[in-house]
Design a protein around this ligand. Structure first.
Ligand code: NCD
Length: 308
């Protein structure tokens, strides 16, 4: 790797760069290269997963995608590392780099830590943001865009609703950025007032505090998990479900062919009824499957000398 290419936010990608990543991921899927380890692009690379927050999908799919490209992958156990002895994260990253670990997939609970570390590591390792606080989760947004593109025609025709705990959602912020760059007709943020977000770019964005009216004319529903672990006051799940939980009945208020998506993990009978979650499971799992291909495309991108 000649020049360190960190990957921190969706905002660093223009429309062409997003299209290139989606096209590459789709080609990997079409050739079934995301499901078998047959590529050699990263055989000379070592990739480390460093996750300060829990993860099933993101961590495992980054590991699988790096392995599909032939990389050596290590999963750093934070609890057994020198971070517990007081070493700074910057020192840990430089230590990994000294062992020729060129790429680190990092998830952190702070909004800014990963971006700040990237600025301090011009010589590597390349950092890939696997979720930073409530701020950014670019690989999730890109796999969501790929899933939308597999079901719908043009982004410019789509009214998309992001529903739920927008305030605490890095997924929502990255989805908004991606949908704006791809030119979505409307991005409707549906949430109770206390879970609406502030400081969100307003281009094509409308706010709505009522699920039933908010679903009208919607083509794509992007559900969010209620992130109780980030809330200061306790949320009544039953009350939330009656007002903002998606059910078969409420879904009839959106367009008849509306696509329902969820990044997982799903809290059944909170943001979506268990019965509807069962019916939408195929799409939720398609998102997971797309995640491997998107993350392969991202890994290839950070290893390239120049980005599109
Ligand atoms: C999301 C995350 O961790 O931000 N999950 C994921 O990466 N698939 C969303 C969530 O935890 O609700």
């Amino acid at each position: 790797m000649n020049k360190t290419q960190h990957f921190i936010t969706v905002a660093e990608l223009n429309k062409e760069a997003i299209a290139t990543l989606l096209d590459r991921a789709q080609a990997l899927i079409d050739n079934n290269q995301h499901s078998h380890a047959i590529l050699t692009t990263l055989t000379d690379k070592t990739v480390a997963n460093l996750f300060f927050e829990t993860s099933t999908r993101t961590q495992i799919s980054f590991e699988l995608s790096a392995k599909r490209l032939g990389a050596t992958v290590i999963n750093v156990n934070i609890n057994n590392s020198s971070l517990k002895k007081g070493e700074t994260l910057l020192d840990t990253l430089q230590t990994l780099h000294a062992m020729n670990c060129e790429i680190v997939i990092l998830r952190h609970s702070d909004d800014d830590t990963i971006a700040n570390l990237a600025k301090q590591l011009p010589q590597g390792p390349a950092l890939i943001n696997a979720g930073s606080g409530c701020f950014s989760h670019p690989s999730q947004a890109l796999l969501d865009m790929l899933t939308i593109r597999q079901h719908k025609q043009r982004f410019s025709d789509l009214r998309c609703a992001i529903v739920g705990d927008i305030k605490h959602s890095r997924v929502a912020r990255s989805q908004i950025a991606a949908l704006q760059t791809l030119g979505a007709k409307e991005i409707r943020l549906i949430a109770p007032t206390e879970l609406q977000a502030h400081n969100i770019a307003t281009e094509n964005v409308t706010l709505c505090t009522d699920l039933s009216s908010g679903l009208s004319d919607i083509d794509v529903i992007l559900l969010l998990r209620v992130q109780k672990e980030r809330m200061e006051t306790l949320l009544d799940s039953n009350a939330y479900h009656s007002s903002f939980g998606l059910t078969h009945e409420k879904l009839t208020l959106a367009k008849p062919d509306a696509l329902v998506m969820h990044p997982g993990p799903v809290n059944r009978d909170v943001e979506i009824s268990g019965a509807l979650a069962d019916d939408c499971q195929a799409v939720f799992l398609q998102q997971v499957n797309n995640g491997i291909a998107i993350r392969m495309a991202i890994l290839e991108m950070v290893c390239k000398e120049e980005r599109p």
